[in-house]
Design a protein around this ligand. Structure first.
Ligand SMILES: [Zn+2]
Length: 143
């Protein structure tokens, strides 16, 4: 009597474990769908209640993205200008003698680009660089 009950109990346990093993992925999937549904509902409810905050949050992210992009663009422009500048100077140096770039610099708070001598009254500017008169004439002579 007690033996039959024990074996029946064991068989029943084994069967229920097998059934559970067979259906647990579906149970898990159902649970997952239920939780996802709850989360989406909660999010939608929160957004509906705080739509101003949500919109401003999205706008903030967009603004940050735009600023980031703008910085990238300005960096790219700086890079392009930095690349273009040496070429421009080369072109200008070709037509150096008697060039109209040459101009007199009244300021004395500058140093010569070539010999680093402090520039006096007789200083010259060429392509954004400053030269003392000697260096300027030497450079003209070497060209
Ligand atoms: Zn000099």
């Amino acid at each position: 009597m007690s033996d039959d009950n024990d074996s029946g109990g064991i068989i029943g346990t084994i069967i229920s474990v097998l059934i559970l093993a067979a259906i647990w992925p579906y149970l898990l999937a159902l649970l997952g769908i239920y939780i996802a549904n709850m989360v989406v509902l909660a999010m939608l409810t929160w957004i509906a209640e705080n739509w101003i905050l949500t919109i401003s949050f999205i706008a903030g992210i967009l603004a940050m993205y735009c600023i980031f992009k703008y910085k990238l663009i300005s960096k790219a422009w700086k890079y392009v200008f930095a690349k273009a500048q040496p070429n421009a100077i080369e072109v200008r140096l070709d037509g150096l003698p008697g060039s109209t770039e040459r101009k007199f610099i009244p300021s004395t708070n500058l140093y010569c680009y070539w010999c680093t001598k402090k520039l006096g009254i007789r200083a010259w500017e060429m392509n954004g660089k400053y030269f003392c008169r000697d260096c300027y004439e030497n450079k003209l002579g070497s060209n």
